[in-house]
Design a protein around this ligand. Sequence first.
Ligand code: CUA
Length: 146
Amino acid sequence: MERTERVMLWIGGTVMAVFFVAVVVLAAGFGIDVPGCITEVKPFERDTLFQRADGRYELHVVARMWAYQMPPVELPVGSEVDIYLSSGDVLHGFHIDRTNVNLMAIPGTVAYARVRFREAGDYPIICHEYCGIGHQQMVGVIRVVQ
Ligand code: CUA
């Protein structure tokens, strides 16, 4: 093996190791999970907001062309919310601005994310998967108050 070849392999291996460590450290540091579907919850047709305990909520959202069916959500600062997302028709996206929540609403499945709202304000929700002619109007909001 040529010397240049060995040097390039070492550089390549080192860069890959650095990226791998960076991904692991960032995922652990910021609590980022690999997104996925959950199988123990059946797809639901109705939106609901439950209060599970003091500061703990559960929100069921149904995405449909071209709106999120969800109750008006106003939560106190510091609330932790389990979000379950389903689709009533086609593929939709669900990103809550200023949070790590970034889900896909896939028909026939339920997506899940947990988020804590540490600051007061309006948290806009946008659909980031093209879902038809009204896609750009598909927005929602979660209001967090003091
Ligand atoms: Cu729903 Cu784009």
